[in-house]
Design a protein around this ligand. Structure first.
Ligand code: GCU
Length: 620
């Protein structure tokens, strides 16, 4: 194949002197190497805007060698498969791809659970579909991607519109210049190859689901539009809703308005030259959002021709010594950890139904809190948490051993944090931004995550910063003295007494030394059990063994004075490539309290009883 390309190259340049050819090739190389496209942007509340859905069946081509984008010398191609070229009679070269003849993949979804041949697949896949569109004058059009795991490139009508790295946050590509009236086509290349300098990096204990895993749509906005906004209840001024609105492409003197009709509250003012407009709204009769009464208010934002309506709850969250205060009152977070694994069908969770099933099980168990692990979850999950009154720990995928001394990796983690907070900052349910999970206690790591934590505080001063730390032990004493604790408002710790270490009953004799006078959340504990497998309490993998772990934990946890929350690992069994034990795990992490097919294990009812009786944990 490649030989013909080379000939074509030489034929075209035969007339030029060798030096010129070399120069031209170099220019071509550099141009083809980094064919730049504008960086995607973050849009707050994108899911609340009218849009043209691009969900459905897309043509797909699996391309393990990425020959659709890179030539045999690994140069980015100018005539790659993004051109969606149709072979023409008399072509001097073969066109070796045709989306019209290609099988389809559903979007949004991972590809791994759609085709057996893609179950273990890690590499590039091409997606293509047509859409009819009518751009209006004085508007912009954005291609909204709910998530694409892990690296992704997008073209509209053959024109590159953006590329992105990071599999769990939404982003928006400006396609205004690429779309036209009538029939259009979009091509995406998505590559879930894991990278050492990735975020996350090579090792994870969850399935590396690839693809366009969350909703894809087109959003049409006015030339000047509200790209980000923050609306929250003030911690310091009573009955005051405050925040800011940013207008992208602001015209001088543009008026911005924030209104909450049900509270007869409205603020209007001019945006400053950067397009930012800060507001304070005095309100009366506000019903605060809480798990017991998850009250949401319609909030209307308007800037010039642009308008958006959101559903927002108002609550405050802060710490006071070792207490967590929700709306000024001490709270205990009765939680469970949750992966975005779809119940029953498995694969990446991405529907309202997935969210309602998972959060429904958590609420039924008596939870008022979930730890969404280990990456930002879908807006459908966060909207459901707002509606259902479930407090949320949201986490940036800084997981295990990243290259903490690599500034490029820090930049990637910062970008993902910006996208997470920029997209989801108005969810009342989210009370904690988690910076990381189980990272090694080294100086570069502490510096890296401390930098992230201060960035998160700058982006959002209304929530608490946490992380899930590893703990060390001396004999039967667990010691929480990881240096990273200094940078956190709330300290999270993972422990696996009875599973990866010792026996379930060891918890009875375990003491805790915590070197931080801060609220503590035990963000993980638990053990694997195959649903329906029964035996003696001492038989691993049985429901009885898992139940025994839970029973012995409660006594120990109640002895920890500053314990203010817990999120046992994990609500539901989830796929993991690290779990091959045949007949028991079968590529599932079986620490779920519920199986992936909805079977509740004994431990589910033990935790439910403790939560409903409020016999584990104290708010103060
Ligand atoms: C770790 C990790 C989880 C993992 C769990 C387990 O602590 O944070 O991602 O799945 O333990 O081993 O089951």
């Amino acid at each position: 194949m490649k030989k013909h390309l080379l000939n074509r190259l030489y034929v075209r340049y035969a007339a030029l002197s060798h030096a010129k050819i070399a120069l031209a090739a170099l220019a071509l190389l550099s141009a083809s190497f980094v064919s730049a496209a504008p960086a995607p942007i973050v849009i707050t509340g994108a899911d609340m805007r009218p849009s043209t859905s691009l969900n459905g069946n897309w043509a797909s081509i699996v391309d393990p060698y990425f020959s659709g984008l890179f030539s045999f010398h690994h140069e980015e191609k100018k005539n790659g498969w993004f051109l969606n070229r149709k072979a023409q009679p008399g072509d001097a070269f073969p066109t070796e791809y045709d989306y019209a003849k290609a099988p389809t993949l559903k979007v949004p979804s991972d590809w791994n659970t759609q085709r057996d041949s893609l179950f273990f697949y890690e590499g590039p896949v091409w997606y293509e579909r047509y859409f009819t569109y009518q751009p209006k004058d004085h508007t912009r059009t954005y291609l909204h991607i709910g998530a694409a795991n892990y690296r992704s490139w997008f073209w509209v009508n053959g024109q590159k519109v953006c590329e992105h790295e990071g599999g769990y946050t939404s982003f928006n590509c400006d396609v205004t210049a690429a779309v036209h009236a009538g029939a259009n086509f979009v091509v995406a290349a998505v590559d879930n190859t894991r990278h050492e300098d990735g975020v996350p990096t090579l090792e994870t204990d969850w399935w590396n689901y690839g693809g366009l895993t969350r909703a894809v749509s087109l959003i049409q906005v006015s030339e000047a539009f509200i790209d980000q906004y923050d609306v929250h209840l003030s911690r310091t001024e009573s009955n005051t809703i405050e925040g800011w609105v940013h207008v992208e492409g602001v015209q001088n003197g543009a008026k911005v308005e924030v209104a909450i009709p049900e509270l007869k509250a409205k603020a209007t003012a001019e945006a400053d030259t950067t397009g930012r407009f800060v507001f304070h709204l005095k309100v009366e009769g506000l019903e605060r959002w809480s798990p017991d009464s998850p009250k949401l208010y319609k909030v209307q934002l308007r800037a010039g021709q642009d308008a958006i309506e959101d559903q927002i709850g108002f609550r405050t969250v802060e710490t006071r010594g070792t207490q967590i205060l929700l709306n000024g009152k001490p709270v205990f977070l009765r939680g469970v950890s949750v992966h975005a694994e779809a119940p029953y069908r498995t694969g990446r969770a991405n529907t309202d139904k997935d969210a309602e099933t998972l959060l429904g099980w958590a609420k039924e168990m008596g939870c008022n809190f979930v730890r969404l692990a280990h990456y930002p979850h879908d807006e459908t999950m966060l909207r459901a948490a707002d509606r259902m009154g479930v407090l949320v720990w949201s986490e940036n995928p800084v997981y295990w051993a990243l290259q903490f001394d690599n500034p490029k990796v820090l930049a990637k983690a910062e970008q993902q944090l910006d996208e997470e907070i920029g997209t989801s900052r108005n969810h009342a349910a989210i009370i904690l931004w988690s910076m990381a999970n189980e990272t090694p206690n080294t100086e570069p790591r502490t510096r890296f995550i401390t930098t992230l934590a201060s960035r998160a505080r700058t982006l959002d001063s209304t929530r608490l910063i946490t992380a899930a730390l590893l703990v060390r032990a001396e004999g039967h004493t667990k010691i929480v003295d990881d240096a990273l604790g200094k940078a956190l408002d709330v300290v999270g710790v993972n422990e696996y007494i009875g599973w990866y270490e010792q026996q379930p009953e060891t918890a009875d004799v375990t003491e805790w030394r915590i070197d931080y006078q801060k609220p503590l959340i035990v963000s993980e504990f638990g053990g694997d059990a195959k649903a329906g497998l029964h035996g003696k309490e001492s038989d691993r993998w049985t429901e009885e063994y898992q139940a025994s772990i839970y029973r012995h934990q409660f006594g120990m946890l109640n002895k920890i004075p500053q314990l203010r929350g817990m999120s046992p690992w994990v609500l539901m069994d989830f796929r993991s490539p690290n779990r091959p034990l045949a007949g028991i795990q079968d590529e599932f992490n079986r620490k779920g309290l519920i199986s992936d097919q909805g079977q509740k294990k004994q431990a589910y009812f033990i935790l439910q009883k403790a939560y409903q009786e409020k016999s584990v944990g104290r708010a103060e």
